[in-house]
Design a protein around this ligand. Structure first.
Ligand SMILES: [Zn+2]
Length: 75
């Protein structure tokens, strides 16, 4: 079964739980026993969207896209 991350608003705790795909979006019970914890977006998805936002800037900061670092700063 896949591992999913959940967030409990009652105790503001994030925890992971193994769930079948069919029940992944249902609310979970946190380690402290609160019902109603909601599934979070996976860490993988968050990293992917952030990388898509500014991939050029990341390489530009290292001087990979410009002849000189100063040219990067002028953009
Ligand atoms: Zn809780």
């Amino acid at each position: 079964m896949p591992l999913y991350e959940y967030y409990c608003p009652s105790c503001t705790t994030r925890f992971e739980e193994l769930r079948s795909v069919s029940t992944a979006t249902a609310t979970a019970t946190c380690p402290q026993g609160h019902a109603g914890a909601k599934k979070l977006l996976s860490v993988f998805a968050t990293v992917t969207s952030g990388g898509d936002a500014m991939p050029a800037d990341a390489s530009c900061g290292a001087g990979a896209c410009c002849a000189t670092p100063s040219a990067c700063n002028m953009n």
